[in-house]
Design a protein around this ligand. Sequence first.
Ligand code: NDP
Length: 327
Amino acid sequence: MATSSTADVIRIHSHGGPEQMKFETIDLSPPDAGQVQLRQTAVGLNFIDVYTRTGLYPGPTPAVLGVEAAGVIEAVGEGVEGLKVGDRVVYNGLPGSYASRRNAPAEKMVLIPDAVSDEDAAAVFLKGLTVWMLTFEIRRIQPGETIVVWAAAGGVGSILVPWANAQGARVIGVVSTPEKAELATAYGCWETILAGEDVAARVKQLNGGKGVPVVYDSVGKTSAEASLKSLAPRGWFITYGNASGPADPIAPARLNQGGSLIMTRPGLFHFTHQRADLERGAAALWGAMRSGAVKADVRQRFALKDAAEAHRALEGRKTIGATILKP
Ligand code: NDP
């Protein structure tokens, strides 16, 4: 049984810039019933952490940032079944992950396969389940179709591009620099477009004069209109992020003008809050890693105490692939 102890965390006391992120030590009580206590070995950095910090996604303060981590179970609360001390687990969607240790609901824990390191698990779990949501749950990729992926060299992009490829898609990636274009090509993009170009015109030029059946848009404000213009009639505008700010409102008539377009704004939580769905998504992700379709690509590592620096890099479009915070 664990005794009361402490944890190092990154906490905000009010919303704002990275300077609000404070490295603090807090008390940690033993796990309650239904909880496990984790020693966290790798924390996943996600753009959603920026939205939480700025208050774009509202929440109370003070708050420990972060929603994803991998670690080792140190103690198990009453009534927890199927998990034991020493198990390696990963989770996402649980606020408070920027921490060296924490208590968390056992029902959110997923065992990490032996072949996957803690760091790789923290690099792919949220981002990989997002790709599962996008390409299996919302709309299945049709083999041979051409699709557009924004931020193709980023964290989600590093998984979406190869996994969509493995499902038979031909991927056009949109990125901001030639260096990122090179990396997006290494991930499996058939063609890349620089974000400063006329994206819709280039998409159609590359695709034989036609629009594409689906655009995966995580950029939001600055990309939405180009995404809509890139679509073929009855195409899918899957707008799933706000890296450049929230997209402006889109009138239903705009979807009609574009050719009976379909628009959705998904959030991963709605696809994984049932335990059976979480397990189904995790099984698909681990399977894709086993087959080699998906690989973790950790390109940046920061000490947990330097999380503010990691946020500056992510917001400044300086990161590629996935980023890990090391407690
Ligand atoms: P990324 O590593 O992809 O980083 C964001 C990327 O967005 C940047 O690297 C940059 O790529 C691009 N970008 C374009 N415009 C801007 C801008 N003005 N400021 C900053 N970045 C910009 O982050 P993640 O992999 O963590 O997340 C990717 C996206 O997916 C995010 O929008 C996130 O919110 C979304 N997401 C949504 C989920 C959901 O459930 N709906 C779940 C998980 C992620 P470039 O320089 O090449 O343009």
